[in-house]
Design a binder for this molecule. Structure first.
Ligand code: SF4
Ligand code: ZN
Ligand code: ZN
Length: 313
């Protein structure tokens, strides 16, 4: 069967949300064009410095690859964090990432939890367990990753931080925050998120309209070698996201394009709400000086270290 787009080459990929069968080249161009459109809307292509958070996973490689095609790669600087998870963080991983990004013309800077926070993720988890606490590894991991990415963004004077979250992630985040009634977090999702502190470098997600199966297919068709080993802590991940993901997939299967419509409609609602919003600047943490939530003395990350017995109050 011929490609529905060019009508010349053989179709290799079926895209349920458009109902089209595409050849390899037309599929890759379709993803690149959609990322380019979103990146432009988010302002990524018009600023002078963008920090891209890269984990070495498929989405981060797709992000680096597609962005390097829509803007001057010297304006991009990649940032990688080694969490310190035994059996998951391989030594050669950062090297591979470095070579791959160098070929795209993107500089890579790298750090680890051990260097920047003082403890590896394994150490944070075991210290909190020794105190009888049941704090999920992902809670430490997600919080400190966000903090270090933001700090790195500030250090390199980036105008924006770009992350590799895809459409599936974005749709799940919207639903989870809706279920929790978390308006502030909801307002940080979307195309023009609110900036609640001068210390935050604005975060954008250029892949937020690309389905996860599409980033996987893109990485596969491009022959990317990416981190495929599963994190040993993944089974302890919060169950809410897994439940929401299953629900979203069931709806997408019944009605192809569901996730895309959800995110696009949310953007429209978000735009309205933000115009009316009276949210003000966030207070700062007494311990590290980073932004924290209203009514809190310490930020979530410092609270975690205090309860794990890794920081005296
Ligand atoms: Fe971090 Fe959790 Fe992801 Fe593992 S599964 S890398 S602990 S967020
Ligand atoms: Zn084609
Ligand atoms: Zn703090």
């Amino acid at each position: 069967m011929k490609c529905d787009n060019c009508g010349v080459r053989e179709a290799e990929v079926f895209q349920p949300h458009t109902g089209k069968r595409l050849c390899r080249d037309c599929f890759l161009s379709d993803v690149q064009e959609r990322v380019a459109r979103e990146a432009k809307k988010l302002g990524v292509t018009s600023v002078s410095r963008v920090l891209i958070a890269v984990s070495g996973g498929k989405d981060s490689l797709v992000l680096a690859d597609t962005l390097s095609k829509v803007m001057d790669p010297s304006k991009l600087i990649a940032f990688n964090i080694v969490e310190g998870i035994q059996g998951y963080n391989r030594e050669d991983q950062v090297k591979e990432l470095y070579h791959y990004l160098r070929d795209l013309g993107i500089e890579l800077i790298s750090t680890s939890f051990k260097t920047s926070v003082g403890y590896s993720l394994d150490e944070m988890v075991s210290s909190s367990r020794a105190r009888g606490l049941n704090i999920a590894a992902c809670t430490f991991c997600g919080g400190f990753r966000r903090k270090l990415i933001n700090q790195a963004g500030r250090d390199v004077k980036a105008d924006l931080v770009a992350t590799g979250h895809n459409l599936d992630d974005e749709a799940q985040t919207i639903i989870i925050n809706l279920l929790r009634g978390d308006v502030r977090k909801l307002m940080r999702v979307g195309e023009s998120p609110l900036k609640l502190s001068d210390k935050f470098v604005m975060r954008v997600k250029p892949l937020r309209k690309i389905y996860e199966w599409e980033t996987t297919m893109y990485a596969f068709l491009k022959g990317f070698k990416f981190q495929e080993v599963e994190c040993p802590y993944i089974s302890a991940r919060p169950t809410m996201r897994a439940k929401v993901r299953d629900l979203m997939y069931a709806l997408e299967e019944k009605s192809p394009g569901f996730l895309l419509r959800l995110v696009e409609n949310f953007d429209r609602i978000g735009e309205e709400v933000r115009r009316e919003s009276k949210l003000t600047t966030l207070p700062t943490c007494k311990m590290c000086g980073e932004p924290t939530s209203f009514g809190r003395e310490y930020c979530k990350n410092c609270e975690l270290l205090i309860s794990a017995g890794l920081r005296p109050v």
